[in-house]
Structures are given as C-alpha cells and as structure tokens.
Ligand binder design. Structure first.
Ligand code: AMP
Ligand code: ZN
Ligand code: FE
Ligand code: FE
Length: 273
C-alpha cells in the first residue's frame, strides 16, 4: 500500500496505555505515514504528536472520539481535521470529561453495593490525566484482585446492562456532528460493525455524517466491503484504523495492520475545502 494511514489510535489521554511520543515512534516503525490520534473526549495528545510527527515524518491528523446515544445505544463518532484549539469544542470536551468522572463515581458506588470495595482513587490512578472510562475501572478491579481479568470485569459488572453499568452524559449523534462541524472538522461513524445495526446506520446517514469508518478490527472483510458500498452510494468518505489502545484492548501488533491508503486522507482534505 502506497502510504498507509491508521486513523484510530488512543493514547494515555484516554484509555490507551502509551504516550503520544511512544505512539509516534511505534507508528513510524510500523510503516505508517499518516495517523490520527482519536482519544475519547480529549485532545491533549495532539500538540505533542503533531510536533514530534513532523520531526520523524509521520503526518498527524487531529482527531477525537465522541460518544453519542440513540435509544440507549452507544454510537461513537470520530471527528477529524477540526481546529483542536476551538474554545467551544474544548469547553464541551472538558464538560464530557467532568461527567465521566461523576459517572465513574456512580459505578464505584454500585460496585460497593455488589461487595466489590474498589477505592475511587484506584480508578483515578489508572486514568492519570486522561478521560476516565470503564477500561480504567476494569484495570483497577484487576489490579486490586477484585476480578480475575479485564474481560470478566466487563462481562460481570461494567458492560451495558450489567449490574454496575452507568450511562454516560447523553448527546445525540447530530449534536456530536454539529460540534465537530462547528470546529471545522469532519465526522465519521466509528466501527459501525461493532456497535450498531444496519437500520441505525441508515438513520445516521440523515444526520449530516461525512463518512464511515470501514476498516476496523471488529469488521470482517465482507463488512468492510459492505460499508464501502454504502459510502460510495451516499457519496460519503471512508476511513479506517486499528483502534489501538497500546496493548490494552487489542494487541500491540495491530498498529500498522488495520490501515487505509493515504488517498483516504487526501479525499478528506479535499472535502474540507
Ligand atoms: P467508556 O468510554 O467508559 O464507555 O468505555 C468504553 C470502552 O470500554 C470502549 O472503548 C472499549 O475499549 C471498552 N469496552 C466496552 N465494552 C467492553 C466489553 N464488553 N469488553 C471489553 N471492553 C469493553
Ligand atoms: Zn477506548
Ligand atoms: Fe469506539
Ligand atoms: Fe476507539
């Protein structure tokens, strides 16, 4: 592939394990010429990544992953090429993060009622400066020996519909898309194959989405083709990436394996004009 792009990467500013610095170096080693850092509700890694990327020859596209909700279902929206200094966007993101902290507190309360006495500070330790998410709670549960594994934590307690589940702050996909557009960016439906059915996908096409993430570890080759077909039918852009979490969610080796050609990024740039 001439010029590979991985447009879905998390750092320690959300629930990834690695710093922007480590990501850039690993991206270069993996032969990626473009990446996007798409932390959940956070843009803290972008400045460092962009600067360092320039030094080592990895182009860094500003990105973010927002969580929206439709009828109690999570829909993730990836934003790209927005102005990551836009004050309104930054205000919203810090509000979403504050709401994440409150939600994590509610989850810890529920865990206590389930006889899992997890200290809230143990969760904050896991999150550091990053936006707090359920992966941090799962890791804290494992580290304190309250559950055997990360996946057990989700399966028994933290997953949607499980006894310690708590909803996030709710925004609609349209609100997420408008926020990204306000800051001059493009919105993509993230990993449709892992979270939403085809009916909901078609519903979202009417909400002003600019593209679909077609390449993702949760998509079979058939699914990827299917989403490419829909994108082409509706004149939408396409993107893809590894959803890298620094080894936390999927392995370290996914970096470089789930990529799209650099053309995809050029098409995004053209759509911005
Ligand atoms: P949050 O942003 O707090 O809702 O956490 C969402 C993250 O938790 C996702 O990006 C996944 O990395 C992880 N996650 C969600 N559900 C599961 C699950 N059932 N098993 C493992 N990880 C999950
Ligand atoms: Zn994540
Ligand atoms: Fe996601
Ligand atoms: Fe993600």
């Amino acid at each position: 592939m001439e010029g590979k792009a991985d447009l879905h990467i998390h750092t320690a500013y959300s629930d990834g394990a690695l710093s922007a610095h480590e990501i850039i170096h690993r991206a270069r080693e993996a032969g990626l010429s473009v990446i996007s850092i798409t932390d959940h509700d956070h843009t803290g890694a972008l400045d460092e990544a962009i600067l360092l990327g320039r030094e080592v020859g990895v182009d860094v596209v500003p990105g973010v992953e927002l969580s929206a909700t439709v009828r109690d279902q999570d829909v993730h929206i990836l934003g790209y090429f927005f102005d990551h200094k836009n004050p309104r966007l930054l205000d919203y993101l810090s509000h979403f993060r504050a709401e994440r902290v409150k939600r994590a507190r509610r989850i810890v309360e529920k865990l206590k009622e389930l006889d899992l006495p997890l200290e809230f500070d143990a969760v904050l330790d896991q999150a550091g400066d990053g936006s707090v998410g359920r992966p941090h709670i799962a890791n804290a549960l494992v580290e304190t020996g309250l559950t055997e594994s990360y996946y057990e934590a989700f399966l028994k307690y933290l997953g949607a519909g499980k006894p310690a589940y708590e909803k996030k702050f709710q925004i609609s996909p349209r609100e997420a898309i408008e926020l990204v557009a306000y800051a001059g960016g493009l919105s993509f439906i993230a990993h449709p194959g892992s979270c939403i059915g085809d009916d909901l996908l078609f519903e979202l096409l009417n909400e002003g989405i600019d593209g679909i993430e077609v390449v993702h570890p949760s998509h079979s080759p058939d699914r990827t083709l299917y989403y490419r077909g829909i994108a082409s039918e509706y004149f939408l852009l396409t993107s893809g990436g590894s959803d890298f979490h620094g080894g936390r969610k999927n392995g370290l080796d996914v970096l470089g394996k789930y990529a799209v050609s650099k053309d995809h990024v050029d098409m995004m740039r053209r759509r911005l004009r």
